[in-house]
Ligand binder design. Structure first.
Ligand SMILES: Nc1ncnc2c1ncn2[C@@H]1O[C@H](COP(=O)(O)OP(=O)(O)OP(=O)(O)O)[C@@H](O)[C@H]1O
Ligand code: SF4
Ligand SMILES: [Mg+2]
Length: 340
């Protein structure tokens, strides 16, 4: 059976005065219904740009997009990238929805949360304002807003950050989407609230049997909610695996670096956390060969200057595990041990 979303060879570039910014560079991934795929990577690696393309949210006059993003709907497959704008607009908020880091910038300050959620419902459903209000109350209740009959008439500033994010989730889910893209949905929240919101996304996924894409730079978040993960670096996927494989068998030098930079309860407490030295490359002038090469501690073990010349392809190294590196898994594992 096909995955619900199949992204195939997607590239997104922005023509600028300084040159073409290659934000997403020929990437492919898929998500099934009932599954959460995490997309992780440093700031600027292309996580948002990629998924905004899936939602059809780039300005076509200022963006060059190629490749496909196929939604396998019950009515048949539709490629969001090539479909007419009108058709994609109809899918947004119905078949697919997106929530962002900062609910305050997505909610209108002058309208009650009930009016805003109702508006999302009325776009796709036949019914009057009363029915929309009742549905909004139902959704507020579902996402854990206490006293929803009263709070439905309140304004965004009367809600805490975590509660606002719950409102956004209610709004995103009101038309039963089958794909939810959550772009750093908990970054602005404190740890306890973050955990509650992640739990809510997980519960909602089960309730609605959705495909979820969770964009984050936080591997702790990944461990908490995702089934699979794509690690992005400079506009490309460099490793794709199950959660277990990324935490216990990570094989791309960049993923290894990311993991070494987070605190882990299963590691010796006195161990110092490492940072990946250097900066990500300019997306206008990507280095030749492997984009990670200027920062890669392992490149010197690859014979010749292969890493500086040849771009590695994303290859299957075991079931559900793909890596793009000139070193094979055994070599990386040995080097990893030496480095520890
Ligand atoms: N409209 C645009 N015009 C030019 N460059 C852009 C545009 N939008 C994004 N970019 C660039 O594309 C690259 C990828 O951006 P993107 O927002 O996808 O990063 P990200 O991985 O989501 O980072 P963050 O974790 O900070 O949200 C960045 O270098 C960004 O500056
Ligand atoms: S291909 Fe070379 S530079 Fe790139 S990650 Fe592998 S070892 Fe490092
Ligand atoms: Mg982003």
């Amino acid at each position: 059976m096909s995955a619900f979303l199949e992204v195939q060879n997607l590239s997104v570039s922005f023509p600028t005065e300084d040159g073409l910014v290659k934000a997403t560079n020929d990437i492919s991934y898929s998500v099934n219904l009932g599954e959460t795929l995490a997309i992780v990577g440093e700031s600027g690696s292309g996580k948002s740009v990629t998924n905004l393309a899936v939602m059809g949210l780039h300005n076509p006059a200022k963006t060059e997009i190629s490749g496909k993003a196929i939604l396998n709907l019950p009515s048949g497959p539709i490629d969001v990238i090539s479909a007419p704008e009108e058709e994609v607009r109809k899918l947004r908020g119905s078949a697919m929805s997106m929530i962002f880091q900062d609910p305050m910038s997505s909610l209108h300050p002058y309208y009650s949360v009930g009016d805003q959620i109702s508006e999302a419902w009325l776009l796709y459903n036949k019914g009057d304002k009363k029915a929309a209000r009742n549905r909004s109350i139902e959704m507020l209740d579902l996402v854990g807003i206490p006293d929803p009959h009263k709070r439905v008439d309140e304004f965004p500033h009367q809600f805490s950050g975590g509660m606002r994010q719950r409102v956004m989730i209610a709004m995103a889910l009101i038309n039963n989407p089958k794909l939810l893209i959550a772009d750093e949905p908990t970054t602005a929240l404190d740890v306890t609230v973050q955990s509650q919101i992640l739990q809510l996304i997980r519960d909602m996924q089960k309730e609605f049997n959705m495909a979820v894409i969770l964009i984050t730079h936080d591997l702790g978040v990944v461990a908490q909610v995702a089934n699979r993960v794509c690690v992005m670096y400079a506009g490309k996927i460099v490793e794709e695996s199950t959660i277990d494989d990324i935490f216990y068998d990570s094989t791309h030098p960049y993923s290894i670096g990311l993991l070494a930079s987070i605190p882990r309860v299963d590691k010796y407490h006195g161990e110092r956390l490492k940072v990946i030295s250097g900066q990500p490359p300019s997306l206008i002038n990507l280095p030749s060969g492997c984009s990670f090469q200027p920062r890669c501690e392992f490149a010197k073990y690859v014979p010749g200057n292969k890493c500086g010349i040849e771009t590695p392809s994303l290859s299957q190294i075991s079931t559900n595990h793909k890596v793009s590196c000139h070193l094979d898994k055994t070599q990386v594992q040995q080097l990893k041990k030496q480095a520890m």
